[in-house]
Design a protein around this ligand. Structure first.
Ligand code: ADP
Length: 244
């Protein structure tokens, strides 16, 4: 479903991604871990071209962008629709209700009736446990509820892949579980997901594969049970010792 080949990203002289190769099969959940500054967020942002890679190739669901050549804006905007992104800060529109937030994206994409969009938005909000909060504004919702609206909003665009960038980092601890639960449900329904997170329990329970990044490289990858109990690389061991 996702293939990255030789992906590089530089910010001026700073090389943040130094040749990432990665394949994620359809329906799999990949959790990306690693120290702060190792390039995890940049990797995710490159996957939906919020950042333009300096070189390399990204394919999602048989659409390919090759950044060695120049890539047109049109190609990027069609590519971006393949992924839904959930951010650490929920970034909801403050002046719109939960329902309005979820409907906004699909409504700006022509071709669907408002009724169809509304129906899907209601279903998605029910699915994330907010069927009774359709008319609430973000300020009336807890952080966990806002993040669940964020997930519903991303799903409303019917992406092939969901990307999560530290979706629970901004939440009070007691609100983390409800968001992870929604993510686990999504995973069990077969959504292909790439998740940057510090929630090792989520990785243990939901990931098919854990990827450890450091210094712009993938250092090690494997099943969560292998990475967490028997990491091969010294840097992975050091990182896991620090966070446990
Ligand atoms: P992580 O998610 O692993 O903490 P990031 O991808 O956020 O790592 O950042 C990797 C490196 O890239 C850091 O040194 C960060 O300062 C730098 N960086 C990230 N975004 C930008 C940007 N827009 N401009 C310049 N440097 C950036």
């Amino acid at each position: 479903m996702i293939t990255l080949k030789g992906l590089h990203k530089k910010f001026d002289e700073l090389e943040v991604l130094k040749g990432i190769d990665l394949q994620v099969d359809r329906g799999k959940v990949v959790v990306v871990i690693g120290p702060s500054g190792s390039g995890k967020t940049t990797l995710l942002r490159c996957m939906n071209v919020l950042e333009t890679p300096t070189a390399g190739e990204i394919s999602i669901d048989n659409q390919t962008l090759d950044f060695t050549d120049s890539v047109s804006k049109k190609a990027i905007s069609s590519f971006r629709r393949l992924t839904g992104m959930v951010f650490q800060s929920y970034n909801l529109f403050p002046h719109m209700t939960a329902l309005g937030n979820v409907m906004e994206g699909p409504l700006t994409v022509k071709g669907e009736s408002k009724e169809a969009v509304r129906k899907r938005a209601e279903e998605l909000l029910s699915k994330v446990g907010l069927g009774d909060k359709l008319d609430y504004y973000p300020f009336q919702l807890s952080g966990g509820q806002q993040q669940r609206v964020g997930i519903a909003r991303a799903l409303a665009m019917e992406p092939k892949v969901m990307l999560f960038d530290e979706p629970t980092s901004a939440l009070d601890p007691e609100l983390v579980g409800e968001v992870l639960k929604v993510m686990k449900n999504l995973a069990s329904e077969g959504m292909t997901m790439v998740v940057v997170t510090h929630e090792m329990r989520f990785a243990e329970e939901a990931a098919d594969e854990v990827i450890f990044m450091d210094g712009g490289h993938i250092i090690e990858r494997g099943a969560p049970s292998q990475i967490f109990t028997n990491p091969k690389e010294e840097r992975t061991k050091q990182f896991l010792n620090m966070i446990q």
